[in-house]
Design a protein around this ligand. Structure first.
Ligand SMILES: [Zn+2]
Length: 166
């Protein structure tokens, strides 16, 4: 498939501390999008995302992807989600209208608190939860897919991709 995976994350655990629901997730680090194979040292463990403070708390040898906030918001909005894949795909992004993909606003750049709000808006106002995919109008070629695991997120990407070939 054309397009590189720039941030892959997976979450399995969920626990509560005080009134706060925590869903730590593993996410690929910055500057790993060009690597064909990722191993443990290319991942960071994100312990918490605080969009209103523009703050991500993480552990690991690498800095978590700049897209961590977006991933964290999806995990927070839908506890059934356990895998998120962010790709840069000109092919899918340019076909967003044709595919009727839910899209974040064009004036919102990725990795910002505003993007976190935009993703929350999509969950409230569109069928993104059922579709498992959305585009970022303000982040050229930016596509995000998610599912109950990484396989399902990948299958969503493949299905949309294939629908363009027919
Ligand atoms: Zn990106």
């Amino acid at each position: 498939m054309q397009g590189m995976a720039l941030a892959i994350s997976a979450s399995r655990l969920c626990w509560r501390r005080g009134g706060e629901a925590l869903r730590p997730f593993l996410i690929s680090g910055t500057q790993t999008g060009h690597l064909a194979h990722l191993s443990a040292e290319h991942y960071a463990l994100v312990m918490g995302c605080y969009p209103t403070e523009n703050r991500v708390v993480a552990r690991g040898a690498v800095k978590p992807s700049s897209e961590s906030m977006t991933h964290g918001v999806i995990y927070a909005l839908d506890t059934a989600v356990r895998g998120v894949i962010h790709v840069h795909s000109p092919h899918l992004w340019q076909a967003a209208e044709h595919l009727a993909l839910p899209m974040t606003a064009a004036d919102v750049p990725y990795g910002t608190p505003a993007m976190a709000q935009e993703v929350a808006r999509l969950f409230a106002q569109t069928d993104v939860r059922q579709r498992g995919i959305f585009g970022m109008a303000g982040h050229e070629d930016g596509i995000v897919a998610f599912g109950r695991d990484l396989d399902e997120a990948g299958a969503v990407l493949a299905r949309n991709w294939e629908s363009l070939q027919s």
